[in-house]
Unconditional design. Structure first.
Length: 399
């Protein structure tokens, strides 16, 4: 235990020392070491502490910072260090009694105040370190979004991204150097953006508009969202499967026989803390699964190329497992042994052999057995008739 934290993480805005609290000023005055981005260091008044520019990439500076452990030190961060900021990266390497954090207004707070938007009703994103596809599930007319961006070029790229998706009518508020003497706010639309002098630091306020495709909120999203080669759990069956899987916050899914990855992707959409691993034997499909995830803004998906049960070794234990293809006795035996108590298993069978296997396991382990028989209307000459899909038997059980 230490009596006094050696490190102070100070949030700094574009207004430099004018925006610092008395506590932040005291920490800077007493610090022997001050580390921060060159831009942040340039905003500081004259100080007695040694100024050390933070290296790029950011991770390279952490060992350097920790080498000063025990010496009064300040680490500078933008605004609120714990909103998509350096605070989270640093605290992983520190015990709680080693540091204190003094935040300044975050970029999101400044942006909401500048635009008059209620922050509690506005979705916020750190796109300076994430792909634009992170926005994809949230693009629907009438939604307001705030996001930080890497630089002016990224702003132009974002406008192109929105336009290509059919949301070119969206209003974009160009927010530069918020809270400081260089603050500038301009408004345009995604499809008409022609500003080339957008300066860092920059963020954006988006009023979503346009006729682009909106991703529904309910499970069983349209099949057309997912690139596939025909190996996809179709929309109605996917909705029933996800209902049986019953995702909960923080849970980890194994999706065995991933196909297009649609089950895992929808599982991950259910809550921002869920995790998933897809196991797929076909390398072309694993590439497609990764591409689907990236295009649909999913970043918590691990994709494993291999055949179950061998490919299940050394994976993070699951809270739920879905078996959508290639089911056999060895696979079921291995999966059942890997399931922690209380974990859930959902398996779908199409063939008579797989159906018989699930019926036998249901008789032994319990759970629910359901036969899904779906028919869609189809042209029949000059009239219409019902075209039946192969029936699916679904076994769901908690261990």
């Amino acid at each position: 235990m230490v009596d006094t934290p050696w490190l102070t993480i100070v949030g700094l805005g574009e207004d430099g020392p004018d925006g610092l609290s008395p506590a932040s000023c005291k920490a800077l005055k007493n610090a022997e070491i001050i580390m921060g981005a060159a831009r942040h260091l340039s905003l500081l008044p004259d100080l007695t502490g040694r100024l050390i520019p933070w290296p790029v990439p950011f991770a390279d500076g952490i060992p350097q910072l920790l080498s000063h452990r025990g010496t009064p030190t300040v680490a500078l961060a933008s605004g609120d260090p714990f909103w998509h900021g350096a605070g989270t990266s640093l605290s992983k390497h520190l015990s709680p009694d080693e540091y204190v954090a003094i935040p300044a207004p975050s970029t999101m707070s400044l942006a909401a105040a500048a635009l008059g938007w209620p922050l509690e009703k506005t979705l916020t994103f750190g796109l300076h370190a994430a792909s634009f596809a992170t926005l994809r599930p949230h693009l629907h007319p009438g939604q307001n979004l705030l996001a930080t961006l890497r630089d002016g070029t990224a702003f132009s790229d974002l406008a192109t991204y929105l336009t290509d998706l059919g949301f070119g009518a969206s209003t974009l508020h160009v927010l530069e150097a918020l809270g400081g003497p260089r603050q500038r706010i301009r408004t345009t639309t995604a499809s008409t953006l022609n500003d080339t002098d957008i300066q860092h630091p920059v963020s954006v306020g988006i009023e979503v508009a346009g006729d682009g495709h909106t991703i529904p909120l309910a499970t069983g999203r349209p099949d057309t969202l997912f690139e596939n080669d025909g190996q996809i759990t179709k929309r109605p069956v996917r909705a029933l499967t996800l209902s049986a899987l019953a995702p909960r916050p923080g849970e980890h899914l194994w999706d065995i026989g991933g196909g297009s990855g649609s089950i895992a992707i929808e599982w991950l959409w259910s809550h921002p803390s869920t995790q998933a691993t897809v196991i797929e034997i076909d390398p072309t499909r694993t590439e497609r699964i990764a591409s689907n995830a990236a295009n649909l803004g999913v970043h918590r998906l691990a994709v494993v190329t291999g055949s179950a049960p061998d490919a299940l070794k050394n994976l993070t234990p699951p809270d739920a497992v879905f078996i959508g293809g290639g089911i056999n006795r060895d696979m079921l035996t291995t999966v059942w042994a890997a399931l922690p108590a209380g974990a859930r298993l959902v398996a779908n069978a199409v063939t008579l052999e797989a159906e018989t296997l699930l019926m036998n396991w249901h008789a032994d382990k319990g759970g629910d057995l359901m036969r899904i028989d779906i028919a869609l209307s189809n042209p029949l000459g000059r009239k219409r008739g019902w075209k039946h899909s192969y029936p699916i038997v679904q076994w769901s059980v908690s261990k």
